[in-house]
Design a binder for this molecule. Structure first.
Ligand SMILES: [Zn+2]
Length: 269
């Protein structure tokens, strides 16, 4: 008897260490952050950033089944500019970098289920590869082509934001070069897509909390800047107070993780 109670206690502790259900609910905007959809290639050291299509589909279905409204960056901007309220359960599905698997695997799922997605594109690697990674630790894979990105845009399922020209560590650059990465990518992406780029994500989150860099991001004309910190951000957003945090979806995250991200701002310790 005593041993079965001990086993039960251990099971509850193990469960509670993996899924932080005990954390208090948090208000705020939910911005999911995905990278690659698919199976990680051999040699990948960033396997956590690969989410299988089956799992991605389950996540999107969970959102829609639980009354979430998926938003574009432009929807968020309309609400921010006008002061209009967002739907009670709003969520942004975002992808960083602009991988081809966003086109081949994520887009068909979003389209089929009727959800909206947003991609932070690295302008200079369109139709190339994730050249900023050392291929010894993260193999190069294809990035979406401009034609693929435009096809997704025209389908009414995907919108874009900027993730710089070259995916640098912005704080390692001279301030003027960091500013160019943010300003030039906005100009080039707007010319390529014929729509305003109102959203920017700092590669690696680097620079998001460097006041001089953040000031240049906002001066470049972005309405929103997104960090690499885990969490939810109060809405209406205090733009001067700091960038918008995100909910990082990892390879092993199931629908319970998703529910905890959305309600508590994190699913793990
Ligand atoms: Zn990135």
């Amino acid at each position: 008897m005593a041993s079965s109670i001990a086993v039960l206690v251990l099971a509850v502790l193990a469960f509670s260490a993996r899924w932080a259900w005990w954390r208090g609910k948090k208000p705020g905007l939910c911005v999911l952050c995905y990278h690659k959809i698919g199976v990680p290639p051999a040699g990948s050291k960033l396997k956590d950033l690969w989410v299988s299509p089956e799992r991605f589909r389950a996540h999107v279905k969970y959102l829609l089944d639980h009354g979430y409204t998926t938003l574009f960056f432009s929807d968020l901007k309309k609400a921010f500019d006008s002061g209009a309220e967002l739907p009670a359960k709003s969520v942004l599905i975002t992808f960083d970098d602009g991988y081809e698997n966003n086109y081949t695997l994520a887009w068909p799922i979003l389209k089929e289920l009727g959800a909206k997605g947003n991609i932070f594109v690295v302008y200079n690697t369109i139709a190339k590869a994730n050249l900023w990674h050392n291929p010894a630790s993260e193999p190069w894979v294809n990035m979406a082509t401009l034609a693929q990105l435009k096809e997704m845009q025209e389908s009414g399922v995907m919108e874009y934001g900027s993730h710089t020209m070259n995916h640098p560590h912005l704080s390692a650059l001279k301030l003027e070069d960091a500013a160019w990465e943010m300003e030039e990518s906005k100009r080039q992406l707007e010319a390529a897509f014929g729509s305003e780029m109102c959203a920017f994500a700092y590669p690696y989150g680097d620079g998001a909390y460097a006041p001089a860099i953040r000031a240049r991001a906002l001066a470049a004309g972005y309405t929103f800047d997104f960090s690499f910190l885990q969490g939810k951000t109060l809405w209406p957003w205090d733009r001067a107070g700091g960038p918008i945090d995100r909910l990082f979806i990892r390879r092993g995250d199931n629908n319970l993780d998703l529910a905890l991200h959305l309600s508590r701002g994190a699913s793990r310790l």
